[in-house]
Design a protein around this ligand. Structure first.
Ligand code: AMP
Length: 414
């Protein structure tokens, strides 16, 4: 089954086509046919597309909206000029899997999209006003292009965290606010946390129930999850992705009173402060330079800039604090798993986060840590009681696999 995986943003669309089915899933024989991204939808868009390991191709096209973008993409993929021999027409795309950001309290697992599910995703717009409308547009565009007979599946960022108990998901604010507005912790990056937890147990030959780990997704967005017995029991992102770890441009945790202090002192509205905390804070806000960890590390090496050093130190300290908190919440864990662009590639950040954690039985092996870049591997030494791994995430693969499983009515794994 050729599954088109779509991850839609406000003016961008990431896509992959992955050939998979129940047999391939069991044998790890999923086949990634092509991948790419469209940027600048709504104007003269830039389209990047890569067929297997061939060089990336870049094209431009005027694409007014999501529907025009998907139409362009599918035509390109099916055309001779793309060189993608597996896809000759829309009929060669057998299903569509969508990353959907917010599933609210209703969607605790991936769902086959019908009118009722679409309505459910619409009902969550209130919880994710910047994200869910884009996902809905992608679903509707795919319906227009492929027709109702091509099944579509929604895979929710929030679903993996549905198991978080109330003591961790409820905020200590008047309870009626939860009842009235569903204000609670939902958590995000669920597909990523779930994927690396699955890879961890595959690497160690463990069952889901034996999986007791802390996963750290450190990319441009960052979150930690406490996974006990295979279930998420706490996570650092909250009602929105703003809470928790320091991120590229997001502040993560802060004293909530700071919001009104900034509003008053800077003459800003609540929504302007919200934008400031989401887009101008984090690594970018502290360093005053960039949200890109790679650039910050290069800058630190070259100029030892004080604010750059501070940005990296605050980032790592916050992550370490969450590991400590989750060790307490879980009553101890067996391993820490790093993923995301920073977690997969920066041995330095991993070492900084884990430094001084010998008390918890964690000892990083410097050589292993330094050579495990962009690939799976154990990065702690033989004496370490708390293991540490780096595991590249693959949300698209999990979306493709869930799409097949849901269509085939297979029980939902995690
Ligand atoms: P993601 O959102 O998962 O794509 O991650 C993006 C972040 O990963 C950016 O801050 C990148 O600078 C960072 N990143 C990627 N490669 C490296 C690297 N080799 N060293 C440090 N940071 C990296």
């Amino acid at each position: 089954m050729n599954v088109l995986v779509l991850n839609s943003g406000s003016s961008s669309l990431k896509f992959q086509i992955i050939a998979t089915d129940m047999e391939r899933i069991q044998q790890y024989k999923d086949d990634r046919i092509c991948r790419g991204e469209v940027e600048g939808i709504g104007g003269e868009a830039i389209v990047h597309a890569q067929y297997r390991n061939e060089p990336n191709r870049t094209m431009t096209a005027p694409l007014r909206d999501m529907s025009a973008t998907l139409d362009y993409l599918v035509r390109y993929i099916a055309s001779d000029r793309s060189g993608i021999s597996e896809i000759k027409s829309t009929a060669d795309i057998h299903a569509v899997g969508h990353r959907v950001v917010h599933g609210g309290e209703r969607f605790t697992e991936s769902a086959l999209i019908n009118d009722d599910v679409l309505k459910g995703i619409e009902d969550c717009i209130d919880l994710a006003p910047l994200h869910n409308p884009n996902n809905i547009r992608a679903i509707q565009s795919a319906r227009e292009i492929f027709g109702k007979d091509v099944p579509q599946v929604a895979v929710f960022d929030t679903a993996f965290h549905h198991s978080i108990p109330e003591q961790a998901s409820l905020y200590a604010i008047p309870y009626h606010l939860y009842r009235r507005h569903r204000i609670r912790r939902y958590g995000f990056h669920g597909t990523s946390h779930r994927y690396v937890a699955f890879r961890y147990r595959a690497l160690r030959g463990l069952t889901r129930e034996q999986t007791n780990i802390i996963t750290l997704h450190l990319g441009n967005g960052c979150s930690a999850a406490a996974i006990k017995g295979g279930n998420s029991i706490d996570t650092s992102m909250g009602m929105t992705p703003l809470e928790g770890l320091v991120m590229g441009t997001r502040s993560g945790d802060l004293d909530p009173a700071i919001v009104s202090v900034i509003a008053r002192k800077e003459g800003m509205s609540a929504s302007e402060v919200d934008t400031l905390l989401n887009t101008q804070s984090g690594l970018l806000g502290i360093s005053g330079l960039t949200n890109d960890m790679r650039e910050l590390q290069a800058e630190l090496k070259e100029h030892d800039d004080r604010r750059v050093r501070l940005a990296i130190e605050i980032f790592c300290y916050r992550a370490r604090k969450y590991i400590g908190a989750y060790l307490a919440a879980m009553g101890g864990a067996d391993a820490i798993v790093f993923t995301g662009g920073i977690g997969e590639n920066s041995a330095d950040v991993r070492a900084r986060i884990c430094s001084g954690m010998e008390w918890a039985g964690l000892q990083i092996d410097d050589a292993k840590n330094n050579e495990t870049i962009g690939r799976e591997g154990l990065i702690s030494n033989e004496k370490s009681k708390l293991l540490a791994y780096a595991i590249p995430t693959d949300e698209e693969l999990l979306i493709a696999r869930d799409t097949v499983r849901v269509i085939k009515g297979e029980p939902h794994p995690s």
